[in-house]
Design a protein. Sequence first.
Lengths: 149, 727
Amino acid sequence: MEITINGKKTAVTSDENTPLLWVIRDELNLTGTKFGCGKGLCGACTVHIDGEPTRSCSIQLKEVAGKNIKTIEGATDKVAKAVQSAWVNNHVPQCGYCQSGQVMSACSLLSQNKKPNDAQICEAMSGNICRCGTYQRIKVAIHEAAGKL
Amino acid sequence: MSTENKDIAVLNRRNFLVSTATGLAGLVVAFNIPTTAKNALVSHATAPTLAASTPNAFIHISPDNTITMVINKLEMGQGVNTSLAQLIAEELECDWKTIRSVSAPVNEVYNHTVYGTQMTGGSSALASSWDQHRKIGAAMREMLKSAAASRWNVPVSEVRAENGFIHHKGKGKLSYGELAEEANLLKLPQDPPLKKAKDFKVIGKSMKRVDASDKSDGKAIFGMDVRVPGMVYACVARPDIDGAKIGSFDKNAAKKIPGVLDVVKFNGDYLAVIATNTFAAQEGRDALNVKWIDESHSKTSTKELMNSMREMSSKKGLIAKESGNVDVAAKKAASTINAEYEFPYLAHAPMETMNCTIDFKGDSAEIWSGHQMPTIDQAVAAGILGLKPENVTVHTVYAGGSFGRRGSKNSDYVVLAAHIAKEIKRPVKMVYTREDDMHGGFYRPMNFHKVEISLDDKKKLLAWNHHIVGMTVVGGSNFEAMMVKDGLERLIHEGVSDTHYDIENFRCEQSRPETPLKTLWWRSVGHTHTAYVMETMIDELCHATNADPFTYREKLLHKSPRHLAVLKLLKEQTGWGKKKASAGRAWGMAIHESFHSVVGHVVEVSLQKGVPMVHKVWAAVHCGTVVNPEGAKTQIESSIAFGLGAFLYQKIELEKGKIVQDNFDTFQVLRIEEMPNVMVEFVKTNDAPTGLGEPGLPPLAPAIANALFKLDGKRVRSLPYFKTAPA
């Protein structure tokens, strides 16, 4: 099967019922996308599929045929740079394990809403759990990134 | 020791100073200091002295002036890769922009300065490294100065170190990279002068985290991300309660899953499914459909456990602390306040589930994980693999959180991976699913408190009688011999028995019921429950006597200057007594000392349709010198998020011997919309640093409970707040 990942057409051999997460991690060795719960509950595995934030643990390989998949490794555009720089500036990551997913959700939000308010940030980021509790800084960093876009 | 030191010295020159940073790998294999789990656990408190090669073990200066700090603590979110580097950089007078941090291999030189083994825990990283790391940086600085002075043939008193160079007014300057090799041949200064606090340039500054960029763009490598050529994946079937036997399992069903290679039985009654990828291993394990038989626990429930703990609280316990005469004083009581508290088992649930990768080559092995206790992990794996510890190379990678879980008291998941590696004889990554992580241990123990407070006719406090029925934290491990004395376990009664409240007639009893589930330290350990009881009971006393919560505490804490300083700061932050909570909201407060730090919180809470909302938290913190102020604030914010989720939602329950909670739907954690606005301030002091990763948690829940009482007049004495998950 062939999928388009981070702009490149890529042949994959995983079983078509495999969750996209494990194709990305185990077959393609793109380990920035994390496993957290396997049930779409924590957001650590968030990727963009045709621009939409999607939990890659809860979508099967066969469902993404012909679609554009972007992982954290492919998040290199202006929005991603602004988000990542705001993340560093505001001491956002602690253990960092959830942050790929947080960054992907934040990029998606800012691509669709250039000046989100607190309530809109919470709505967009609610599916991303952080056990280190970096939430307050995520909010500040998203506002900062928005200000630079 | 002399041979070993010589070995290290040779390797240091070759690998640390001359090679590029990747040369660190060679060093790991070559270190030859035997360690065993037994001697690793011996606790010896000694002042840190510098072994012959210590600075080089911690600092690697490349010819290109890159400075690699070798961090001997696990980076699990608390920021040690940045803050410990700051301690060294301050004295080394290097250019902060040229530093990077890597995790240390296992070697005695990296042992904890107090616990005598290489480990991270007890909020002790900065406190225990404060003198050692500054001394290491200063020693290296002095050696670099001496090297420059001899090259220039000038007295060392004429040179100075600044921003990565040694300067001389006549001779110019030499970079650290140019001097490193010569410096390393010099004798190590034993007492290099340390800077005064007023001269600090790096300590006390909010240096950006050295790992922030890699943790924002997906580059950071966690245990879960480790890949070894030829590696397979393993998922394990384990029972919820140890001791259960396998009744039946369907090996063929597992083998039918595409990608499953094998099903192996190991170490008694464990089963591992080996597969070509993680998903197949997980699916294969589930397909095994293991039926466990455990007759002794088939009816065990946490509800019944709590009932038996309540019964135990009426019997005599062991005396953990006694002052004055509680029984005599209680006889004079005009009234009493009686309260009982219940605390459930709790899972740590770090974002990265437990995992361990092992490459066993027959006569040696390599292990990768977020090792919090690498010396013990090394020794335990070596024992299983039939190797000497020095032939097991431990790679410590980033840990996706821990909160106590990765400080495994018996290396539990390393043990599983080692058995599997031994069985299948090929590189293997053993991975827990979220459900695996939430089942089969380890947990914050269940606790029950019974408190009786006697008051005289003027509602003055006469006596405090406190019985904690708490399950062991360290039981079933080598730590038990060290940390339990005559049946008394400090990790159960800490926070009550050592209270700073000056109470004349005071008794703390402790009873330890059996625990069917394996237990472990969970962020702030005993203080998770003891602070809650102490601070909500003090609040009851304030209400009984119509006293202001600050004034009442100030009187009882008159002998504790750090507590008074925190109360003073907290008052200034909030305007307590002058300002009030917003309409429809209430303020509650609590203060508690843990890990030698004192933290006070004031929280602003509302309650709508039975749902508490914490809007704001003001935190006043006394943790000695603050090495990285923004980093320090993140630790308090983190403790607040962690503690709030537990207060509202969290419990691990047993029903008929099975664990009820599975994943983040049934074990809820705090989400972004529930995060309060946290405002942290630190008491200004030049005292040595004290704990920071945990002390922000204990006073949070009682402060909320005290605010909630103002809103609905109800005391919350059983946690979590929600007995069933809110819709």
